[in-house]
Design a protein around this ligand. Structure first.
Ligand SMILES: Cc1cc2nc3c(=O)[nH]c(=O)nc-3n(C[C@H](O)[C@H](O)[C@H](O)COP(=O)(O)O)c2cc1C
Length: 346
């Protein structure tokens, strides 16, 4: 089956799900332009998922994608957490915050039976997974109601694993991509390669459609991805300045400035490597550290710093996820971004 058959959208252009910076408005605008809009659900509980799904189905008639994480939730580690809070203590003092307060940070939950119960009410046309796949039972439920399953691979081994596990479409996520690396069979960053390197090898390794992702910012890159054998593209960063996105003011300002040219992989904001704009926290703490709490627990101690600095108009402690290629970020509607990307299609 071709990608067009399984996605059912007019265009093989997927707006990447981007937890924390978008909801239904962005997704629906992309759907209305003929692309496949995505709803990120990793930070929403069952009620939040239901509210967003209700909203997107009233905003658009087009097919849409619902996205989840599949990580294993780590057990709490009090020692690690204490050491991490101690490392951040000088910043708490600088910002006048109580270092012993225990506010909970943003939670990111893996796909579970409660989320599946909500999805069952809506039976979304497409469901995508990051960090592997859910359990065999949960995946069977998703497939039983007819949803097409997309999953992210960052290596050829991961692509084969996802294919064997039942994914209908593989998203090949190159190293340029913004946000979390979808890696799940390894935590060795030296295995991570660029979109140009990854896509043709994944296309050769699996016999399901492949979507290219990472660094695709304009029509020429869409044409290049298709020339490499991909049947479609998934684009995130280019949509970050759209009015329909909920990207924060400090993130928008950084994307519009020369700072947007410098991104790096960092684990200091969540516990897992993710690509974001380089800022003070990454420079001073070191972008990749061995002592951060496991994903997603590292966020809790950074979240108050982020909020306090942002209240002063600074993104010093903000996770401002972005891919290496920010040249496509424009302050225009998501429909326009989608149509401009589509000019690269045959
Ligand atoms: C701000 C931001 C948040 C992201 N959040 C998610 C997410 O919730 N789920 C997901 O599967 N991918 C997420 N990603 C990664 C995208 O799926 C995709 O791999 C990436 O955006 C593609 O590269 P590009 O940003 O260069 O277009 C995120 C990316 C960004 C930039």
């Amino acid at each position: 089956m071709s990608l067009a058959d399984v996605l059912n959208s007019e265009l093989p252009i997927v707006q990447a799900p981007m937890a924390g910076v978008q909801g239904s408005e962005l997704a629906a605008a992309v759907c209305d332009a003929g692309g496949l809009g995505s709803l990120p659900c990793a930070t929403l509980g069952p009620d939040g998922i239901r509210a967003e799904l209700t909203r997107i189905t009233t905003l658009t008639n087009g097919p849409y994608n619902v996205n989840f994480f599949c990580h294993t939730a780590p057990p709490p580690d009090a020692e690690r957490d204490k050491a991490w809070r101690l490392r951040l203590r000088p910043y708490y003092e600088e910002l006048g915050l109580d270092p012993d307060a225990r506010p909970s940070g943003p939670t990111r939950s893996p796909f579970d039976a409660d989320a599946a119960d909500v999805l069952d009410e809506f039976r979304p046309p497409v469901v995508s997974f990051h960090f592997g796949l859910p359990s065999v039972e949960l995946l069977a439920r998703v497939k039983a109601w007819g949803s097409t399953v997309l999953a992210s691979a960052t290596t050829i081994d991961e692509a084969r694993w996802l294919h064997d596990g039942g994914a209908d479409v593989i998203i090949a996520q190159g190293l340029e991509a913004g946000g979390h690396r979808g890696m799940f069979l390894t935590d060795d960053l030296t295995t991570q390669v660029s979109t140009l390197t990854l896509v043709p090898q994944v296309v050769a390794a699996v016999d399901v459609p492949v979507i290219a992702s990472g660094g695709i910012a304009d029509a020429r890159a869409v044409a290049a991805a298709l020339a490499l054998g991909a049947e479609g593209v998934q684009v995130g960063t280019a949509y970050l300045r759209c009015p329909e996105a909920t990207t924060s003011p400090v993130h928008r300002a950084a994307l519009a400035s020369e700072d947007s040219r410098h991104t790096a992989l960092t684990n200091v904001f969540s516990g897992r490597p993710a690509r974001g704009l380089v800022n003070r926290a990454m420079r001073e703490l070191g972008a990749m550290r061995d002592d951060v709490p496991a994903f997603p627990l590292a966020s809790a101690a950074v979240a108050p710093l982020r909020a306090a600095a942002e209240a002063q108009g600074r993104g010093d402690f903000s996770w401002m996820w972005a891919g290496q290629n920010t040249s496509g970020c424009r302050e225009v509607g998501a429909g326009e971004i989608t149509r401009d990307l589509a000019a690269g299609l045959p």
